[in-house]
Ligand binder design. Structure first.
Ligand code: SAM
Length: 497
């Protein structure tokens, strides 16, 4: 902390007090050495903390660094004197590097897509959070001072994430009312304006469902220079924050933690609806529909964490997309293709995304390859839950010219191969009493995609539908579901999926 900076956070205040105590001790000759050395150690620990956090935290992006510099070098007094801002804005308002990265991390962790910020100032927190949002994410920033939108916008425009930010100028409460009337909802709300009104913003957000079911509210300055817990506090903001913290900690709708980072950040989440307190508030039917099967929400229940899957024909096209989708949903995925390099390339993509994966080279028209594929998966991961039998070929020819070789080859892969995969996977799944088989049929099994010339393909895919219906009927009572999908192929021609 530079010597001219007013101590602002509990740690900065401790550093200031320890420095003063050290000076007092140094000025006296009768202070025991032990006490001086304890003071020095305490000072080293406290004064090193913020610097260390700065250094160890991932560096900010260039636009954020520029925004920070522009903010701290701006003459806010002058701007106010010129009547450009209603209030004199202290540059210390800015969230800054470590807090900005913390917010960005929270956005990642909560997988937020829509964020609301109350109190944008020059947009440092807004841009930090926007950097954590997905490409189609959005952040609405409420800011009283129109001057600040003009100040921030040129730097937002330089960042690829700036387009995610919409600034709403005016009173934050008016904006909240407008958002609630429009039925807007947010995954994360960051409250950082107008401390007297924190409690009103917080209640309005919860009472009007501006926060999504799994949403999180973050609140800045919740330790407010330690004044929230110092007994002699008379400061208005300190008392407002103390009352706010107390209110939230007693609010049965939420859980909260206060993280002692800088001036304190509260992280608040809604508790699941079916808690004792809400049960007593209104008549609810307390069943799985209300609180979810095993207390899990619908999207959570659709996750595939811990499941083992394979996809044949996963080296490209739909198969590759299936492999990514299953992996993103949490499954371990065996990427199977007859071309080893393609299987390896897709497995590498999955691995880069943090998905547990292996690649297997297998030609599904060969029974020994099919069995080896299943054995490899089961010996590696101990089970098989999801089988996507997707590999197939299409060799176009007019029906009058279709050779028996083409017919046999197409059926060997599309129908015989799919059957062998179903059977080998099914044997494992029937033993487990659990399994999902998804075969890739085709719209060509139901309609004739005229004028494409693909008799063998169409007929083999019609066979895949009947194979699926038969296996599905035979195995359903033993825990194994067999379904097929019938996608539309966009291009005719020889292709392997
Ligand atoms: C602590 S600063 C926000 C810092 C900011 N979150 C950041 O990341 O740097 C508080 C901001 O809230 C704004 N503000 C104060 N009262 C407000 C109100 N009633 N409605 C909207 N904004 C308000 C101030 O103009 C100021 O820019």
């Amino acid at each position: 902390m530079s010597s001219d900076k007013v101590p602002d956070t509990p740690v900065e205040i401790i550093v200031d007090l320890l420095s003063k105590a050290k000076n007092v001790a140094a000025a006296r000759g009768d202070v025991p050495k032990e006490l001086t050395s304890y003071l020095q150690k305490a000072l080293d620990i406290a004064s090193g903390l913020d610097d260390y956090l700065e250094k160890m935290t991932t560096q900010e992006s260039e636009p954020l660094a520029e925004l920070y510099k522009k903010t701290v070098t701006h003459d806010w007094d002058q701007v106010h004197k010129e009547g450009k801002t209603m209030f004199r804005l202290p540059k210390e308002c800015i969230t800054g590097h470590v807090e900005g990265q913390t917010l960005k991390m929270l956005i990642h962790m909560s997988q937020a897509k829509r964020v609301l910020e109350i109190g944008m100032f020059t947009g440092y927190g807004a841009l930090s959070m926007a950097e954590g949002l997905p490409e189609d994410g959005c952040l609405v920033a409420c800011e009283l001072e129109p001057y600040l939108r003009e100040f921030a916008q040129p730097i937002f425009d330089k960042s690829p994430h700036g387009k995610k930010i919409t600034v709403k100028t005016g009173s934050a409460m008016d904006t909240l009312k407008e958002l609630a009337a429009a039925g807007e909802q947010f995954d994360m709300v960051f409250i950082d304006a107008d401390k007297d009104n924190y409690i009103n913003y917080y209640n309005f957000i919860l009472d009007n469902n501006l926060l999504r079911i799994q949403g999180v509210i973050c609140v800045d300055n919740s330790l407010f220079k330690a004044k929230v817990y110092l007994e002699d506090t008379t400061d208005r903001n300190g008392l407002a924050l103390r009352e706010f913290n107390h209110f939230v900690s007693n609010d049965p709708r939420v859980e909260q933690v206060i993280v002692p980072l800088r001036d304190g950040i509260s992280i608040i989440r809604r508790v699941p609806a079916a808690t004792e307190s809400s049960r007593t508030q209104c008549e609810i039917t307390d069943d799985e529909v209300f609180h979810g099967v095993k207390g899990r929400s619908i999207l959570d229940r659709m996750r595939l964490d811990g499941k083992v899957a394979y996809v044949t024909g996963a080296g490209q096209g739909i198969g590759r997309a299936f492999a990514h989708a299953l992996g993103e949903a949490g499954a371990k995925v065996a990427v199977v293709d007859m071309e080893q390099n393609k299987a390896e390339a897709v497995a590498k993509e999955l691995f880069l995304k943090g998905i547990n994966t292996i690649s297997i080279k297998a030609d599904i028209s060969k029974s020994e390859d099919v069995q080896r594929m299943i054995d490899t998966i089961v010996s590696k991961w101990g089970a098989l839950h999801i089988a996507c039998n997707n590999a197939g070929i299409n060799m176009n020819s007019a029906s009058e010219d279709t050779s028996l070789e083409e017919w046999d080859q197409t059926f060997n892969v599309n129908l015989r191969g799919t059957f062998m995969c179903c059977q080998a996977a099914g044997r494992v799944m029937l033993k487990q009493g659990y399994g999902k088989i998804i075969n890739t049929a085709s719209m060509a099994s139901l309609i004739v995609p005229h004028p494409q010339k693909q008799l063998s393909y169409n007929t083999s895919k019609a066979g895949v539908v009947k194979l699926t219906q038969t296996l599905g009927t035979e195995w359903i009572d033993r825990g194994v579901r067999v379904n097929c999908i019938s996608p539309r192929s966009l291009a005719a021609g020889t292709s392997s999926r």
